[in-house]
Ligand binder design. Structure first.
Ligand code: BDR
Ligand code: CA
Length: 311
């Protein structure tokens, strides 16, 4: 199984990423770390703890991370995720929070495991990851890869060309993209294909059971939120696409291309700039996810719900 740390801000789609990472046998979830993003750090951490109870994730540590971007103020995505960050569902009691800062957990876990075995999976702003790499630069050579949800090839959901996670902390994103570790940017090009359609909801409803109902509750809120705030008919379930890629790379087609982040103020602030004119050689350590196997992706999610309910 692939060892991962999920660094997230649940968040409806983060909640599905957690479920997939926990339930799929190809993934060994070493820990969940939280980052202020979709809502404030205290809210998303509480949500992660409650999701751990909902999914039966005993033994998976949860560590709270940074409560704000490196330079900028906190700017929650309440339109998409509500005041709690997970509006629309009733949450169970929170599982315990582990002691120690997320940044230290990330560093220690990478340094204690064999080199090349731990993958970082950030699905929120990149503040914790940037802090970790500045505190312990050796993690760059030591991780297997970074598979993140964020950015896009010149598409946006916070302005014309900026995606929420990158836009929230562009300075952190710039740090992360400029380290030479292998990065897969699972951006909006890809995740806008991961729509929770009626057909998908029916497959989940057909399973029946408490976690199926819970996920349907998430999707119902998320659908209305995306209709009202971004004009989507069905909500794009961004974050679990990262985990799906790690389970089966054939589900997410990627293009190798150099990517950097714009931090200057103005209309391109927070843009992930992909240079398709640059030569593609061994120095290029970034790739952009472009094409999703829709059925393959959703069957992984449905299977994860089924497994969690049977365990
Ligand atoms: C990203 O922003 C958040 O609202 C979602 O959880 C996802 O990680 C999509 O732009
Ligand atoms: Ca997220």
């Amino acid at each position: 199984a692939k060892k991962i740390i999920l660094d997230c801000d649940p968040g409806h789609d983060d909640a599905v990423a957690m479920l997939l990472a926990h339930a799929n046998p190809e993934i060994e979830l070493l820990g969940v770390t939280t980052i202020g993003g979709n809502q404030t750090l205290d809210k998303v951490t509480h949500n992660a703890q409650c999701l751990a109870t909902e999914y039966g994730m005993e033994g998976v540590p949860i560590h709270a991370g940074c409560d704000r971007p490196l330079l900028r103020p906190v700017n929650p995505a309440a339109k998409e995720h509500g005041e709690s960050g997970l509006d629309g569902v009733v949450l169970p009691e929170p599982a315990p929070l582990s002691e120690g800062h997320a940044v230290d957990f990330i560093i220690d876990t990478i340094m204690e495991n064999e080199p090349g075995t731990v993958t970082l999976v950030p699905t929120g702003p990149l503040t914790n990851i940037a802090m970790a790499v500045r505190k312990e630069p050796r993690i760059v050579d030591r991780v297997k890869e970074v598979v993140l949800m964020g950015g896009g090839v010149h598409v946006g959901n916070r302005g014309p060309v900026a995606e929420f996670n990158i836009w929230t902390d562009p300075e952190a994103a710039k740090i992360v993209f400029n380290e030479p570790w292998p990065i897969t940017m699972v951006g909006l090009d890809l995740t806008h294909q991961a729509l929770a359609t009626d057909e998908v909801a029916k497959k989940i409803a057909d399973l029946g059971g408490p976690v199926a109902d819970f996920v349907l509750g998430l999707f119902t809120f998320f659908r209305k939120a995306y209709q009202d705030s971004q004009g989507f008919e069905f909500p794009p379930v961004h974050d679990p696409c990262t985990v799906a890629y790690l389970i089966d790379p054939d589900i997410v087609k990627c293009v190798k291309v150099p990517i950097d982040v714009e931090t200057a103020p103005g209309i391109t602030n927070g843009m992930t700039v992909a240079d398709f004119n640059a030569p593609i050689d061994e120095t290029v350590h970034t790739q952009a996810a472009m094409e999703l196997d829709f059925d393959g992706f959703w069957s992984l999610v449905v299977d994860a719900i089924d497994r969690v309910q049977k365990s």
